[in-house]
Design a protein around this ligand. Sequence first.
Ligand code: TRP
Length: 332
Amino acid sequence: MPQVHPRVLTGDRPTGRFHLGHYFGTLQNRVRLQAEGAELFVVIADYQVLTDRDVAERLAEYVEELVLDYLAVGIDPERAVIFTHSAVPGLNQLLLPFLSLISAAELRRNPTVKDEIAHSQQSAVSGLMLTYPVHQAADILFCKPGLVPVGQDQLPHLEATRTIARRFNARYAHPGSPVFPEPQALLSAAPRLLGTDGGKMSKSRGNAVSLAATEDETAELLRGAKTDAERRITYDPVGRPEVSSLLLLGALCQGRDPQSVAEEIGDGGASRLKSLVTDAVNDHFRPIRKRRAELADDRAHLRAVLTRGNARANEIADRTLAEVLEVMGMKY
Ligand code: TRP
């Protein structure tokens, strides 16, 4: 059946709360796509947490935090399908035929996997680490999306997904009626926001302002942000990365460009810069944080959103799996 609006699938690992980098890098984009009429699928990739660690900790809590963040930023649970892939057996079963379509050498060549292996704390590389991009192909293809918004690091996985779709169709589909689409990546231009220590902004490094932080926590984190000794504030991402990242954050919150923020501060120095950015962040996120706090009081609603999302994902996955088994001749 032709779809009037593109189906869009994207997802996250439940490893902690979202921070401002996630918000400006991907969450805002999802809300925009939804406003444009896209049918949004959001997978909470719980099994994927086990790729670079032995035990996935605090999963139930982190899953709930992600759902809270999604709803608080404006993803509409009446229209979007929010689900955890562990709750969708039909999706997981797609992994088996998909694994047969990709070689071990191809799995070992995936640059994002290689990078994750290099940074992993584990002594041995697990089978899941090597094969999770194929599982990701399953959590993408089960709902046959047209578009997958991703960051740069996910492009190899999307390429693998397209390869698997193409090979599956070539090997099993009836000529002229492909089972799977080859979804397009929608590369989100993530703004270059640094952590407060000047390094990469990251959940695990304690250098990020989370979406859910209070105004005081926000102020405290930003007060401690690394800057430089020059009093005159200028926007120069190469020469002054820390100052420029703060300017960019303030500008993103106020919907203006970072140069004009720099000019406004002029000779005000780092303290004026930090207080302006703190106000900008707190003003922009006030309604989102308020909504988040209200939602957090209604755990039954959060559970209902996930239960409904999982039910809808199961319906679709069962239908896709039936089609797959049919064309593979596994219908007895
Ligand atoms: N691999 C993604 C990450 O580490 C999470 C993810 C899982 C995902 N399934 C996906 C992203 C499907 C986009 C589409 O953040």
